[in-house]
Design a protein around this ligand. Structure first.
Ligand code: C2E
Ligand code: CA
Ligand code: CA
Length: 412
């Protein structure tokens, strides 16, 4: 803590002093004080203060409130770490937290007023840990040219990395989602955000989907041969469904690998306004008829709406991770997750929660009778060989509510 420089922006002088005192007693090297947003900005601009590490900020202040201050702060010092201090209700604080993150600030958390020494110490530690982690993982972001991505596609360098899906009640692995990774000879394992939009924009999505589907089907067959009768989920871009031949092509690829379509789930998101609705519905109906599972992905976000449920024969509803994260501590999120699970059951489809990171989320989902969980708590996506081992070990250690094995091993 001795190296930290912190600013406290709070109009209430007694409360400001209390926080300053706590920070000093925790060994913070320098604490700068401001009694409102305007004064804080003046201090930042006048260079009276050196580089700050964290800003503690009240929300309700005269002249310039906390929200406006955070906006100006993000323009001057994007990525600054902030802690929100407020006596307001949770829904409001959560909304301001989202706002701060959207402005590109690094939000350490919120403390209620009056805040305790314990709370503040935790946040300072969080800052230190995050800083160390950033220093460790700082890599030069790599961006790729289209030609390089297309060559990788021709050379079939994209691999499905498997992330387990576990039944909450039995603790059994019931499936895995195949998530695309580019195994690059120089840059290592690369996540989808670095290549997916290039493939989409250049009209190569179908070719890419076929490659992923083929590799996922091979893995599925091998798993079944090893005695793991689980299903594999593959993401399907909705744009691919405009071609009415798509269902036949998909069926062909899966059957060529000797896999029954009943063991493949296709996860579909409406990432953009759907234009060729009729063609997409024709394809989806045909795929369902052949036995494929159909999952409505990212449920609750953007275009993945209730309307989809009324017109597509879905078998699974996948609740987006933005709702699952923190749902154990946020009332509104909890209500959304619980009603989505409930709705899935009433519609006779399976409920799957993605992005399960914490034990408390697992416990809550279990209580809500959610069927399947997927997330870092169980395991991160891993290559097929690692996933085969995972299934073997998991089977041996099964019947514990949550697997003691894995977490953080075999990670990407
Ligand atoms: P998605 O379908 O929503 O997949 C879930 C994403 O959440 C994956 O990111 C996964 O690694 C990540 N994830 C899983 N558990 C957790 C967790 O506990 N916490 C957090 N924070 N994240 C978790 P990934 O692999 O980077 O994929 C991003 C997106 O790229 C996918 O989102 C999917 O839309 C797309 N994508 C990936 N592979 C394919 C593919 O083969 N075809 C298509 N069309 N899209 C793909
Ligand atoms: Ca998905
Ligand atoms: Ca998602």
């Amino acid at each position: 803590m001795e190296t930290l420089q912190v600013m406290v922006v709070e109009d209430h002088s007694f409360q400001r002093k209390v926080v300053v005192h706590m920070l000093q007693s925790l060994g913070v090297r320098e604490v700068v004080q401001a009694s409102n947003g305007k004064q804080a900005l003046e201090k930042l601009d006048s260079r009276q203060v050196g580089a700050l590490d964290i800003i503690f900020c009240d929300l309700e202040m005269p002249e310039m409130d906390g929200m406006e201050f955070l906006r100006h702060l993000s323009e001057r010092q994007p990525g600054m770490s902030v802690v929100i201090m407020s006596g307001m209700d949770n829904a409001l604080i959560t909304s301001v937290e989202k706002m701060a993150l959207s402005y590109g600030l690094r939000l350490l958390g919120a403390v209620e007023k009056p805040s305790s020494l314990d709370q503040i110490e935790k946040l300072l530690k969080l800052h230190q840990v995050a800083k160390r982690r950033r220093a460790r993982t700082a890599v030069t972001p790599v961006s790729f040219m289209l030609e390089e991505v297309l060559q990788a596609l021709r050379e079939k360098r994209f691999e499905p990395y498997m992330q387990p899906k576990v039944n909450l009640k039995s603790g059994r692995v019931v499936g895995a989602e195949a998530l695309a990774r580019w195994v690059h000879p120089r840059h290592g394992v690369i996540a989808p955000f670095a290549f997916m939009s290039l493939l989409e924009q250049s009209g190569h999505m179908d070719e890419f989907t076929f490659l992923m589907l083929e590799k996922a089907a091979i893995a599925c067959r091998q798993l079944h041969e090893k005695g793991h009768a689980i299903s594999i989920s593959v993401n399907l871009s909705l744009s691919s469904l405009s071609d009415t031949k798509m269902a036949d092509k998909i069926t062909q690829i899966v059957q060529n690998e000797g896999v029954d379509p009943h063991h493949i789930v296709l996860e579909v998101t409406e990432s953009a306004a759907m234009t060729n609705v009729a063609e997409a519905l024709e394809n989806l109906a045909r795929l369902r008829m052949r036995g494929f599972g159909l999952s409505i992905d990212d449920y609750g976000t953007g275009f993945s709406s209730m309307q989809q449920l009324t017109r597509v024969p879905f078998t699974e509803l996948k609740i987006d991770k933005s709702f699952v994260a923190d749902s154990a501590n946020n009332h509104a999120l909890r209500v959304i997750v619980e009603s989505s699970i409930d709705m899935a059951h009433r519609l006779n489809v399976k409920s799957v929660a993605e992005g399960v990171e914490k034990q408390e989320e697992w416990d809550m989902l279990n209580e809500m009778n959610c069927d399947v969980a997927q997330g870092y708590l169980i395991a991160k996506p891993m290559d097929c060989a690692a996933f085969f081992d995972f299934c073997d070990q998991y089977q041996q250690g099964q019947n514990t509510a949550i697997p003691a094995i894995t977490r953080d091993r075999l990670n990407v």
